[in-house]
Design a protein around this ligand. Structure first.
Ligand code: TEU
Ligand code: CA
Length: 558
């Protein structure tokens, strides 16, 4: 008998504080707002809340540019508000996992202000400074947000590295003082009683020796810093050191956001022996609908090829089984809405396809993450236009790919943004069909999706067939049925272009999980033993071999 860890049975609910609930009507979601909605999260049944960054920040990248790791952003409230939220969550049996953003800080952090002040400042080596090479950047790496990964500082005559925005200088993890300073800060949060860390771009901490140039794709200006940096030479040493100095101090949960992680490295990051982290977010299934044109990166609207999705998720299921642990997600604050991307947001298919995606994910092996609003089927925000966007990734794409490089025109990019842009996920939570969907009575910081009169929490809670209650059931199954945690995963019919079916095989029973991605009825034959019960479905009855549009059903049998 393998022993099951609490975070293996847990379901995580991700909250993007800026967009969840505003309590003082300044248009910005806040901690008091989250506290007022804890009973909602409890009702859903989630065990853990992952909070996107709530620390002090100039918000160049919405809190992922931290100017003080131990102060709450005043827009969100105070440290007292945080402590109150934590204890109210704990009183309900809900844990709180904090975002840890330590690949970079904000350029407004006092460490960087000191570092930048002169070449011999004791904090100079906290960041990555290099001399110009032939009057240019030290190497040819590009930023994740378009443009170069280096910014020149006139006063000291050197460049600093920023893999993300200019306001997000990379910390120098090769410096042991940086590591110790970060570990001390983490320990103070652990002492406060938080329940874990979601570690931002953790796979990027260790930069390759000599920071060499990389290959530049045709038509592009820069090499992919993701390819050059991810899973660097010292990354496992750093994480093992973090394990010893911080993570072993409490029973906390850790998930590394691991951009560009491959199976080989994931097996180490998320190894069962607990030497590094509990699990990682891998990105491969988020990149299957990506452009063939590397110069455009993620910007595209190619539909998802289902057999590729199956192949990919199956690889992660099977290769990590017994060795490491998966996290399972369709959405987060960096991704568009899954019902729009992988299902259908047409009114006739909206609810069935959202439920199908939910079932498909929740019966796999791993820890599921639900992003706020996913549980009511919030969709992409087609009503946002250029003047409405806030996201630096979207704005920089226009600045560089359209305006500077002329690689595409603005209208085409807008189509891609409506399909893939991060602001699709960041529009305010839709609670009611009233003013600003019940998010605020002030002016919301980001425009609402204009479908909140149809898609909102009030409506979901009134309808016993809603997507919300479907998620509630799925979460309960994860708590009640060990086979969902421990059963062996087995893919069926890998080549089927319309159906994603798999089994979970336990010692005494099996689950057969059938999910149709077709918008019409299709016929498929499965080997369903006599006496099998239907555990959950998104239709009221069982039509046997006929699978209706986006039908999803789970059989359980001995
Ligand atoms: O995201 C890292 C990351 O890989 C993203 O930049 C991703 O490539 C992009 O969002 C896909 O559109 C993390 C955070 O989740 C993100 O919000 C931050 O902007 C980023 O790190 C920098 O901290
Ligand atoms: Ca507020």
């Amino acid at each position: 008998e393998q022993s099951i860890k609490w975070w293996q049975k847990a379901v995580v609910y991700q909250i993007y504080p800026r967009s969840f609930q505003d309590s003082n009507n300044d248009g910005i979601g806040d901690l008091k707002g989250i506290e007022s909605r804890l009973d909602y999260v409890k009702k859903l049944g989630a065990d853990v809340i992952w909070l996107n960054p709530v620390y002090d920040s100039p918000n160049e990248d919405n809190g992922y540019d931290i100017s003080d790791y131990e102060v709450i952003n005043p827009e969100f409230g105070s440290m007292e508000d945080f402590e109150s939220l934590l204890s109210e969550a704990h009183a309900r049996g809900i844990k709180i996992v904090m975002d840890l953003v330590v690949n970079h800080s904000s350029s407004k952090h006092k460490w960087f202000i000191e570092s930048k002040s002169s070449k011999d400042n004791p904090k100079r080596d906290f960041y990555i400074w290099r001399d110009p090479v032939d009057g240019h950047e030290p190497n040819n790496w590009g930023s994740f947000f378009s443009g170069p990964a280096w910014k020149f500082d006139e006063e000291t005559g050197q460049y600093y590295m920023h893999l993300f925005a200019e306001g997000q200088p990379d910390l120098n993890w090769a410096n042991p003082e940086v590591r110790q300073t970060v570990f001390d800060m983490m320990n103070r949060w652990v002492d406060k009683g938080i329940d874990g860390f979601r570690m931002d771009v953790i796979s990027l901490l260790s930069k390759p020796d000599g920071l060499p140039d990389g290959p530049v794709p045709e038509d592009a200006h820069y090499a992919s810093s993701n390819d050059m940096v991810a899973n660097g030479p010292k990354i496992h040493d750093y994480l093992q050191e973090m394990r010893e100095k911080v993570l072993n101090n409490a029973d906390i949960m850790t998930v590394g956001e691991a951009s560009n992680v491959d199976i080989k490295n994931a097996k180490r990051y998320a190894a069962k022996d607990g030497s590094e982290l509990n699990m990682v977010f891998q990105f491969e299934h988020m990149e299957l609908d990506e452009n063939a044109d590397p110069a455009l990166g993620k910007w595209d609207n190619t539909p998802l090829p289902l057999p590729k999705l199956k192949e990919n998720l199956t690889k992660w299921q099977n290769e990590l089984a017994d060795i490491a642990w998966n996290s399972l997600y369709w959405e987060n604050h960096d991704q568009p809405r899954s019902v729009s991307r992988f299902g259908s947001d047409k009114p006739e298919f909206h609810a069935v396809s959202a439920k199908m995606l939910a079932t498909l994910l929740h019966f796999m092996q791993g820890t599921p993450y639900i992003y706020q609003g996913q549980e009511i089927g919030m969709t992409n925000a087609y009503n946002l236009d250029w003047e409405d966007f806030n996201d630096i990734e979207i704005k920089n794409a226009r600045r560089y790919l359209v305006e500077r490089d002329g690689l595409i025109d603005a209208d085409t990019l807008l189509d891609y943004v409506h399909y893939k842009g991060r602001d699709n996920a960041r529009t305010p939570m839709q609670w009611t069909d009233g003013e600003n969907a019940g998010f605020t009575t002030g002016t919301p910081w980001l425009k609402l999706n204009n479908n909140f009169n149809k898609i909102n929490v009030d409506k979901a809670l009134e309808d016993e067939d809603s997507i919300f209650y479907h998620y509630q059931k799925l979460i309960a199954f994860r708590h009640d049925l060990d086979i969902v945690t421990t059963g062996r995963y087995e893919l069926l019919d890998p080549e089927d272009e319309q159906v994603y079916a798999y089994k979970r095989v336990g010692e005494n029973e099996e689950l057969l999980v059938i999910n149709s991605f077709a918008e019409e009825s299709i016929v498929r034959e499965f080997d369903v033993p006599e006496g099998a019960e239907i555990l959950i479905s998104n239709y009221k009855d069982d039509a046997g071999k006929t699978l209706r549009p986006y039908e999803s059903k789970v059989y359980r049998y001995a």
